[in-house]
Design a protein around this ligand. Structure first.
Ligand code: CA
Ligand code: CA
Ligand code: CA
Length: 193
């Protein structure tokens, strides 16, 4: 019998990096192919164990995640994240995410906010008030249940039209800023598993 003790823990915590210490989300921008390969091997092993101990659906989901991780996506708590290597407008950034089968990142919790900050980039997030000024909505049409605006933001700075959300000073937990949508920035896509 194959022993896969971490599968149980995986179910309990849903966090691969806690269950399997060798699994580390990569730091964006560094893009070490060593850690990509290592993470892929680990997640493939977990996939096999999951299949042996549990069910087909679970293992399909994990092998699906493994394919994304091989292409440089980062796993964190039931989502996969892609950090762009170039800069683009908010709209074109979103279009890129949609083409990757994802969308701009939606920040649902403090944990997710802090995970995104650790990627250490000034980035677009999936937040906009294009439809109605000062009514901020995520790209899935929901309004934020928790928000991390920086001091005095959103402010339409200098009377400019600032309708797109970004992570600006990522050193701070409250790091969101509204910025003009046609400026070019790095972006982060999120794909929920
Ligand atoms: Ca999210
Ligand atoms: Ca605005
Ligand atoms: Ca602003």
């Amino acid at each position: 019998m194959v022993v896969c003790p971490y599968v149980l823990a995986l179910q309990q915590t849903g966090d691969l990096s806690r269950v399997y210490p060798a699994f580390r989300p990569m730091t964006a921008g560094i893009g070490s192919s060593v850690s990509v390969t290592l993470n892929s091997i680990i997640i493939i092993n977990i996939t096999v164990c999951y299949f042996l101990e549990h069910n087909f659906e679970g293992s399909v989901l994990l092998s699906f995640a493994a394919r994304y991780i091989q292409r440089g996506w980062i796993y964190f708590k039931h989502s996969l994240y892609y950090v762009s290597s170039t800069e683009n407008t908010w709209k074109d950034s979103r279009e890129d995410c949609l083409q990757r089968g994802a969308d701009l990142v939606i920040i649902n919790s403090r944990e997710e906010q802090n995970f995104i900050r650790e990627l250490k980039n000034r980035t677009w997030i999936g937040l906009t008030d294009t439809e109605k000024e000062q009514t901020w909505k995520w790209v899935d049409g929901t309004t934020p249940t928790i928000s991390f605006w920086d001091t005095d933001e959103p402010n339409s700075y200098g009377g400019n039209d600032e309708d797109c959300g970004e992570i600006y000073f990522y050193e701070r937990e409250n790091s969101w800023n509204d910025a003009p949508c046609d400026t070019k920035k790095v972006w982060i896509c999120e794909k929920n598993l």
